[in-house]
Design a protein around this ligand. Structure first.
Ligand SMILES: O=C(O)CCC(=O)C(=O)O
Ligand SMILES: [Fe+2]
Length: 328
């Protein structure tokens, strides 16, 4: 048996993964979407909306069937994946990230399926696509927690003392990407703790957790304070975090790499980020050029104010790329 480096995880996870026969993702078989009972807006949580849709966070709703969850777990705990993509985040916790697109094909295909994107976008209130491949199917794993998360470090908060571990999401933070879908991969029956908590504008703490494996929460994580909390009593708590950005190149995208830079292979992260950013810039230039040519044909003159506004917007687009692509 090839040795994996996930020494702080129980072998039972690997054995269960090995016993699961892989199947291809099939939306008809693997999606179990039911609309959330409610969706809280920024107004509901007492916060100004600085985001890209009025929706701040949904109630947990069913998204995946049991077979889909088993397939996802089987990919996360496959030995070749653990050996390449697992990183401890604490004494009994860790994360798997970077396994998409090449090694976890079920997870990749699930999060890219048009059927899934349609329902997730509906709950988000804006059309979304996965942010970058690197942040598809990021798994947060916590086993045998004693109810405290003191040895975990929130994204972007690493200090020298904590740097022996990867950063984890078990501390208050905002995400790098506009939207996130957090899917529960663990059994929640009788679970105490283990929620994704959010902090409202007035400091009130609200907890969201699926009542079952396969349920998910859609959250505008870039604009809402939130944290993962450990399940108490030695229960496993495994969640899958997939990040999203607006599909339209015209909508603002305040993605920052601050929370992911410390836990990513920099050339891969920078390549994926730069690729979609430049593709969006290209589309923006294309649209602006078409507008200019149309107005030229119609002999409509030249709108200096509009053009200057457009250029200013693109300058801040480029400035934000310059501040994200830090030299290491
Ligand atoms: O696992 C969760 O409940 C949420 C995790 C999270 O916020 C993150 O990974 O950024
Ligand atoms: Fe988060």
């Amino acid at each position: 048996m090839p040795r994996h480096n996930a020494d702080n995880l129980p072998e039972s996870l690997v054995l269960a993964a090995r016993a699961t026969k892989p199947v291809a993702f099939d939306p008809a078989k693997h999606l179990a979407f039911e609309s959330p009972k409610s969706i809280l807006t920024f107004q509901d949580i007492g916060q100004d909306n600085n985001g890209i849709s009025p929706h701040a966070v949904s109630e947990p709703f069913p998204l995946f069937t049991e077979e889909a969850i088993m397939q996802m777990r089987a990919e996360i705990f496959r030995e070749d994946i653990l050996s390449r993509y697992y990183c401890a985040t604490g004494r009994s916790s860790g994360q798997v990230r970077g396994h998409v697109p090449n090694d976890a094909t079920f997870i990749r295909d699930a999060w890219n399926s048009p059927e899934l994107l349609e329902v997730v976008s509906k709950v988000a209130g804006v059309e979304l696509v996965p942010a970058i491949d690197y942040d598809i199917g990021h798994a947060n794993i916590m086993i045998n927690a004693d109810g405290t998360e003191n040895d975990c470090v929130a994204p972007g908060e690493a200090t020298d003392a904590s740097s022996e571990y990867c950063e984890s999401a078990f501390g208050w933070h905002r995400d790098s990407y506009p939207f996130v879908v957090v899917t529960m991969l663990s059994d929640c029956e009788g679970m105490v703790g283990g929620e994704t908590s959010i902090r409202t504008g007035s400091g009130e703490i609200m907890k969201a957790r699926g009542p079952a494996r396969g349920t998910a929460v859609v959250m505008q994580g870039r604009y809402v304070d939130h944290q993962a909390t450990a399940a108490k009593g030695g229960r496993e708590r495994i969640s899958m975090v997939t990040s999203f950005r607006p599909k339209s190149h015209q909508i603002k995208d305040e993605t920052t790499l601050r929370g992911v830079r410390n836990i990513s292979d920099i050339p891969t992260l920078y390549t994926q980020y730069t690729e979609y950013k430049l593709a969006n810039l290209e589309k923006r230039v294309h649209d602006e050029l078409a507008k200019l040519r149309q107005s030229q044909q119609a002999a409509m003159g030249f709108d200096v104010g509009q053009t200057r506004n457009w250029l200013t917007e693109q300058r801040s687009f480029l400035d934000s790329m310059l501040s994200e692509l830090q030299v290491h």
